[in-house]
Write a protein of this length. Structure first.
Length: 126
């Protein structure tokens, strides 16, 4: 058995998954999911919003919300119809045309300075 070398220097902790050697949730997430970080989402996490709103917007922008039409495609519960407007429940409908959620859509328009652009999901994500 070969003895391990002993150094006289101080021990240190370093995170090998980030260039700085410092731990960050984004570097751990990247390593676990092997998904590139979306830089345009970083202002979201710094915004003065409740965490549940940040998570909702993050899921919305990454196309991860279980909306009616998506759940229907996966044979989940429901009929894919907005219970308030009785039209297919899509991202565009929820953000821009659902009567109950129009104030949220208006807030998004103001926050992201989208005035003057046609309000569709495709234009919102440009």
């Amino acid at each position: 058995m070969v003895p391990l070398p002993v150094s006289s220097g101080r021990d240190s902790v370093s995170w090998g998954l980030s260039p700085s050697g410092e731990f960050s949730v984004s570097s751990a997430y990247l390593a676990l999911c092997r998904v590139p970080v979306l830089l345009w989402l970083s202002p979201l996490w710094k915004a003065l919003l409740p965490l549940k709103i940040k998570i909702f917007v993050w899921q919305l922008l990454r196309d991860r919300l279980p909306l009616g039409t998506d759940v229907l495609k996966r044979h989940g519960p429901g009929n894919g119809i907005c219970p308030l407007c009785h039209v297919p429940e899509t991202r565009t409908h929820i953000l821009f045309s659902c009567v109950a959620l129009k104030p949220f859509g208006a807030l998004c328009v103001r926050l992201w300075d989208l005035s003057g652009r046609p309000m569709t999901w495709h234009n919102f994500c440009k």
